[in-house]
Write a protein that binds this ligand. Structure first.
Ligand code: NAD
Length: 509
């Protein structure tokens, strides 16, 4: 079991004990989208298969939605938004109470949702349960925030009263990835709904199942039909139709940087508001005066957790040269202890990758690292255990002797691979850390608080931790510098992403 504080996403407290077995049903279930409160097929009846990457078996089919389905969902969301007695007109506290009910239902359904997520993306069941708990906490947070969204009174120079109103944008499109499917959905759906918007959620094709259950639970919580719609389908058709739709006022996206760039282009048609949470190549900066044992004990999880499929993965370890040898030794030893295994086993710390395709892509990077002259210290291939032969597993892999210009140090691998790079001075550490187009996360290890703070201030990253891996907190802003994104999710900052500010001047002369 991975203790909560060392995980890179903090919204993973351990969930309640599992009461139902995680069994794979023999017949795949036929999932349906939720549009206007109804469970529906795609307009053309097409479906796609949802596969368990630990077994290669099809566990469900889902509708292959496209532009026509997006049109239907936008129309439903518009009706729900414009309903004069509907969601947007509810007192904020009433919206908050419905979101709190949804949070309670998520908690009640922890076993079911965690089982679905674990089977769908190969996530260890203990981590999946923590994520479901985390998603519930996000809904709880924004349930409480709903009636704390307020404007200002401003002393302008004309005689009168100037005040601002914070208003919902209208219909918002929420496009999420497959690495933390329910959690990423909660980061967007909860603040969007708290502010009074209506939404269309588009999950990744690998992982549509928990998004659909979320919309069903929202209906059960009393959130009116049409307020939360889910369209499943490929990014290139359903996702693109949503990002480009003229009836959508804002698009929030988490995924690859190149997809984010395409979404900005698509959103320009009606100058949609855009917020983006994109890729990363985050550093773990280790100074020689740090508690090296603590660093080595905790840091493997900052890159290997979720099989490295984490935008915040600290995939570059920059270590002061005088501590280099010791850090490699300690980190390698700790990495060998990480428990890779069947996602359904509660002792498993690292399950499979999301798919065989993704696993093969990461294996290619391991070949690239070897060809570039990096030294393989740990891992580098699939597990030896024959019981794991049928799944998309890959062992945690450590490269030493890496230089910052190698591809494995520059590109987001999105798998369990870390590169160790030595530096000589504080200035060089910062120069190496910042020599990337990304700027999402980062950790700094030092007992010298001045040095740690100077480094934190110099690092071009949105979320930084010192002497800890824990850089993401439900209550605090999360987002990236440079090509890692636009905007800040979580905390009260997320509400800025889902509200318009209206200034009203009243003449009192
Ligand atoms: P992806 O960009 O391939 O897909 C993300 C979502 O976008 C999916 O729902 C997909 O169907 C959709 N999509 C794809 N093409 C589209 C298009 N042309 N128009 C509209 N939608 C489209 O990303 P992924 O592979 O699902 O996720 C992995 C990536 O996400 C990594 O780069 C990772 O760093 C990033 N990520 C970032 C954060 C963050 O908060 N910064 C968090 C998690 C993941």
């Amino acid at each position: 079991m991975i203790p909560a504080p060392i995980r890179s996403l903090p919204t993973h407290p351990k969930g309640p004990e599992m009461t139902t077995p995680i069994a794979e049903s023999s017949a795949p279930t036929a999932a349906r989208m939720i549009i206007g409160g109804e469970a529906v097929e795609a307009a053309d009846g097409q479906t796609f298969e949802v596969v368990n990457p630990a077994t290669g078996r099809v566990i469900a089919t889902a509708p292959q939605g496209g532009p026509v389905d997006v049109d239907r969902a936008v129309a439903a969301a518009q009706r729900a938004f414009e309903d004069r007695k509907g969601w947007a007109s509810w007192a904020a506290g009433k919206r908050g109470r419905a979101l709190a009910k949804l949070a309670a239902l998520i908690k009640e359904h922890t076993d079911e949702l965690a089982g679905l997520e674990s089977r769908n993306v190969g996530k260890p069941i203990s981590g999946a349960r923590g994520e479901v708990t985390g998603a519930g906490l996000v809904f709880d947070y924004y349930a409480g925030a709903a009636n704390k969204i307020f404007g200002q009174t401003i002393p302008v120079s004309k005689p009168g009263l100037d005040l601002t109103l914070r208003e919902p944008i209208g219909v918002v499109g929420l496009i999420v990835p497959w690495n933390f499917p329910l959690l990423m959905a909660s980061w967007k759906v909860a603040p969007a709904l708290a502010a009074g918007n209506t939404a269309i959620l588009k999950p990744a094709s690998y992982s549509p199942l928990t998004a659909i259950r979320l919309a069903e639970l929202a209906l059960e919580a009393g959130i009116p039909a049409g307020v939360l719609n889910v369209v499943t389908g490929p990014g290139g058709s359903a996702g693109a139709a949503l990002a480009g739709h003229l009836g959508v006022g804002k698009v929030a996206f988490t995924g690859e940087t190149t997809t984010g760039q395409e979404i900005m282009r698509l959103a320009s048609g009606n100058v949609k508001k855009v917020s983006l949470e994109l890729g990363g190549k985050s550093p773990n900066i280790v100074f020689a005066d740090a508690d090296l044992e603590k660093f080595a004990r905790e840091s493997p999880y900052s890159v290997f957790d979720n099989t490295g499929q984490d935008c915040c993965a600290r995939s570059r370890i920059l270590v002061e040269r005088s501590a280099h040898e010791r850090v490699v030794e300690l980190f390698a030893e700790a990495t060998r202890k990480v428990v890779v295994g069947d996602p359904a086993d509660t002792a498993t710390e690292v399950g499979t990758m999301v798919s065989f395709k993704q696993r093969d892509r990461v294996k290619d990077y391991i070949e690239i690292g070897l060809a570039e002259g990096a030294t393989l210290v740990v891992g580098g291939g699939e597990p030896q255990d024959p019981a794991l032969a049928g799944g998309a597993y890959l062992m945690p892999t450590v490269f030493d002797g890496v230089s910052n210009d190698m591809r494995i140090a520059r590109e987001e691998i999105f798998g369990p691979v870390v590169s160790i790079i030595a530096f000589d001075t504080e200035e060089e550490a910062l120069r190496l850390a910042n020599a990337t187009p990304y700027g999402l996360s980062g950790s700094i290890w030092s007992r010298d608080i001045g040095k740690a703070l100077r480094t934190a201030r110099g690092l071009q990253s949105g979320v930084i931790s010192v002497n800890s891996n824990s850089s993401v907190h439900t209550e605090a802003p999360f987002g990236g510098y440079k090509m890692s994104g636009i905007g800040r999710e979580l905390g009260m900052s997320a509400l800025d992403l889902y509200t318009e500010v209206k200034n009203v001047f009243i003449d009192l002369s």
